[in-house]
Design a protein around this ligand. Structure first.
Ligand code: SF4
Length: 280
């Protein structure tokens, strides 16, 4: 049975799944009171090269197959149940290594199994696919069975977002949000805008105002995530006061905002910290 390679003081567990060709990929189990959540990878490495992301440093090694994606889920779930047989099947976020929509066919096949009554038996709302704005995949998002969508936003300004997410040079915000308008949302379903708060970069009153303008015609929730530094990163985490003040600014513009607590950062298992080329 797969066992965690590292466990955080907050209960977050990081798993490294060996693959048949000698490569490996990471998954992370994050504990929650009611139902845990597992963060799955869709590729070994990633081609998108986001500057704030440790995985981006690896480049793309290869796509995972749908079987490899499903195996991560089943293996982590099995270990979780071995620790406590009363645990419910974990929810899934595709926020591990890779740009999920860049491996669309295998992702789609994996989701089809995960939500099938004879397969993973999950509801589509228990699954979230996160994208950096990979437009060809975004345009096909409605093929994914009604799962939740999360967009790595990080700035309302193209010049700044392009610095963080080079893909934005090819598909700027206007095109990304035009594709988002076509995504079918059920009642009570929102697009999650993931927003890394990076010290001295993207948390001014001007950013809040531009975000309000950008999101005004979209049903969104903003998830604020304080930046998780990793070795070699050129940015830092803002202070708690700065984070709180940015949150207040956004709320004053009537945006729905959540501040995510960072879990697993002591074992390099938090958002943007996964990299299987670094010896743990
Ligand atoms: S943030 Fe996501 S899309 Fe960007 S490099 Fe990292 S894994 Fe790839």
């Amino acid at each position: 049975m797969l066992t965690p390679t590292l466990k955080s003081h907050d209960g977050t567990a990081k798993f490294i799944m060996p693959l048949h060709d000698g490569m490996s990929v990471e998954s992370v189990l994050v504990p929650f009171a009611n139902r845990d959540c597992v963060c799955l990878s869709t590729q070994v490495g990633c081609a998108m090269g986001c500057k704030f992301c440790h995985t981006g440093l690896m480049g793309l090694k290869r796509n995972l197959t749908s079987q490899e994606i499903i195996a991560q889920y089943n293996d982590v779930k099995k270990w979780n149940l071995s620790q406590d047989p009363t645990r419910l099947s974990p929810n899934i976020v595709f926020m591990g290594q890779g740009e999920p929509l860049h491996n669309f066919e295998e992702l789609k096949a994996a989701i089809e199994w995960l939500i099938h009554p004879k397969g993973g038996k999950l509801g589509p709302r228990q699954i979230t696919v996160s994208t950096s704005g990979y437009l060809p995949g975004l345009k096909r998002f409605n093929e994914l069975g009604g799962v939740n969508l999360a967009l790595s936003l990080h700035s309302p300004f193209d010049h700044e977002r392009s610095e963080l997410i080079p893909l934005n040079n090819k598909w700027p915000l206007k095109e990304v949000f035009s594709a988002l308008s076509e995504v079918k949302l059920r009642s009570q379903q929102f697009i999650n805008c993931e927003y890394l708060i990076i010290k001295d970069l993207n948390h001014t009153a001007l950013h809040a105002q531009a975000l309000a303008e950008l999101l005004k015609n979209h049903r969104t929730i903003m998830n604020l995530i304080p930046f998780n530094p990793f070795p070699g990163a050129k940015w830092a985490r803002p202070s708690d006061e700065e984070i709180e003040s940015f949150k207040k600014e956004l709320v004053s513009h009537k945006l729905r905002v959540f501040l995510r607590t960072t879990k697993g950062d002591d074992i390099m298992a938090a958002c943007g910290q996964l990299n299987t080329e670094i010896k743990q």
